[in-house]
Design a protein around this ligand. Structure first.
Ligand code: PEP
Length: 249
């Protein structure tokens, strides 16, 4: 059976207590869920959520991490600190990091290599802005983000990497790419990956779709041949909306 990976990105929402309460509700309601599921609370809630999720099948994720192991980097959080709290997956290159905090492909690649070196799984986010799409630059932008983001990542580390295709214009806006449109971009991502790692490796890569995924569009999106999961923002903040997405089949 095809495997899917559904991830919730809680962004800058919820206190530690609120996060623990949601994690506890998800632990109970997702007990029978057959998909791979991850939630990424804010850094300040990782410790509490880690305790709640211990021994469950829900993976603990982080929304970002610093590009160095340790040192004089005020405000950064290291891969070693994340691992210490039980984090298994880190989201890197989210469009909010790229566009609001001006993270470059080179910086993101440094983080990708560091996370993989320390055994964390990576969700590498890619996606075009509306201006880039309208200027016909979608493939160039997404292709470059994948190639540069995965530079020097050896083929044997690929099972630790998930690509999340998130059109920037669809994030938090209520606008979703049509399933056909999203699938075509996912197919293009696979073509880029095949150029880097070969057809077989590209076929087995998990490529999530992200951008206003909701209970009512999740099954259609994930029913497309090249869409292997979802990275969910807004709808991951409540069990009522996240559970039906995670258990969409
Ligand atoms: C996201 O943050 O990655 C995201 C897709 O957000 P939303 O689901 O709210 O569009």
């Amino acid at each position: 059976m095809r495997s899917y990976f559904i991830a919730g990105n809680w962004k800058m929402h919820k206190t530690a207590a609120e996060s623990a309460a949601l994690a506890s509700e998800l632990r109970e309601k997702l007990a029978g869920c057959k998909e791979k599921v991850m939630v990424a609370p804010a850094f300040t809630a990782l410790s509490e959520v880690s305790k709640v999720l211990a021994g469950s099948s829900i993976l603990l994720g982080a929304q970002n991490m610093g590009p160095e192991e340790q040192g004089a980097h005020t405000g950064e959080v290291s891969v070693l600190m994340l691992k210490d709290l039980g984090v298994k997956v880190v989201i890197l290159g989210h469009s909010e990091r790229r566009h609001t905090y001006l993270e470059t492909d080179e910086l993101i690649n440094k983080k990708v290599l560091l996370a993989l070196k320390h055994g964390l799984e990576v969700i590498l986010c890619v996606g075009e802005t509306l201006e880039e799409r309208e200027a016909g630059r979608l493939e160039e932008v997404v292709g470059t983000q994948i190639e540069k983001g995965l530079a020097s990542v050896p083929a044997e580390k690929l099972p630790m990497v998930t690509i999340a295709y998130e059109p920037v214009w669809a994030i938090g806006t209520g606008k979703t790419a049509t399933p056909e449109d999203a699938d075509a971009v996912h197919a293009y991502c696979r073509k880029v990956l095949a150029g880097m790692y070969g057809e077989e490796a590209a076929r087995s890569m998990v490529i999530q779709y992200g951008g206003s995924v909701k209970p009512d569009n999740a099954a259609t999106l994930m029913g497309m041949p090249n869409i292997d999961g979802a990275l969910v923002g807004g709808a991951s903040l409540k069990a009522d909306t996240f559970v039906p997405i995670a258990c969409f089949r």
